[in-house]
Design a protein around this ligand. Sequence first.
Ligand SMILES: [Zn+2]
Ligand SMILES: [Zn+2]
Length: 394
Amino acid sequence: MPSFEHSPSNIPSMGLCSICAQTIKNESANAECSLCSGLFGNLETLSCMAIGKAEGYEWSTFSIGCIIPKKILVAQEALWLERGLENSRSIKNAINGAAREYILSKTAKKYSSRASDVLFLLDFERNSVSAQISPIFVFSHYKKYARDISQSIWHCKKCAGNGRLGGRGDEKICICEKCNGKGVMYESVEGIIGAPIRRAFEGEETAFHASGREDIDAVMRGSGRPFAIEVKNPRKRKADMHALQKEINRDVRIRVPSLSTVSQHFVKVVCSSHFEKEYEAEVSLEREIAKSDFKKILSLSGKTIWQQTPTRVLHRRADLQRKRKIISISAKGKGKKLTLRIRAQAGTYIKELVSSDSGRTKPSISGILGCKAIVEKLDVVKIHDEFLRRVSKK
Ligand SMILES: [Zn+2]
Ligand SMILES: [Zn+2]
């Protein structure tokens, strides 16, 4: 128990600035500050500098972060201990409060601790500031009708996406032959959809987020695949979404329905969701199909299959065995041609379900028919993301 002599009210007042005084009970503000040595007197200057950093960017809400020299935090804690103060206001809290009030008084903006347009970072250690502009996320579903468009941008390795080579020292600059100066190996959904969105929001760059991916040579039909484009450092926070949709859809290989902006949290839900998918596969067989074969194929409905990582992706994925469920399967065809309609658990490798990939997928169409079977054309016809559509409507 603290003795009478050490109780807080008996300690002489020590001279603290208006911010530090808030963290020590019963202290009144003083020009001289024995805790921060006047460092927090910079608060208004730093706040003004921070607002200046956001010039040229649209923002209507802000949040604040601060960096405080460790020795001040240590000195404050020592003072708390010495005076037996508990649950006092922290320095960070006092600074954030003062900066918030100051910025509110200087601008007509709103404070929002979460999901703000800009985060002002006041660094009292280095006497510097930054304004971190929050990204914009544009959400929709894409359909893809071409078999030579990758999902994300695939930079050319030879020129690192520059489209040019050389230029160092005496080296002559020349067009990269590998990518024909384009900097990318394939056109991509990310490029076709992302470029107009980046321009509309006047952002620096984009990132592509989607719920899974289809092979480059697979068509994406039905109601499309859910995705979001992240626009980094956008100067604008609003755009004519209808005009944007029209602009994207000018490319006949891609279709997007209406676009909307969503939260980062929603994008996390999009990317972490595992939806069942339906496929249509055109398959060619080594021999003619027999009537009894259809029954064998249908027997895979509701079955669990085992898939070892396909040999075609082994160079970039770990060699693992996965258990996947075939929800339903139906087949039609004649001669050596077969059309399959398959509904399967997320992450099922359909080409390997058909070919068996030298026995790495079991059971498989090839295995149960006892002959070679190869997917010639693969379409994703439906992604069962009803859950996402319900959430996005809210
Ligand atoms: Zn102070
Ligand atoms: Zn290149």
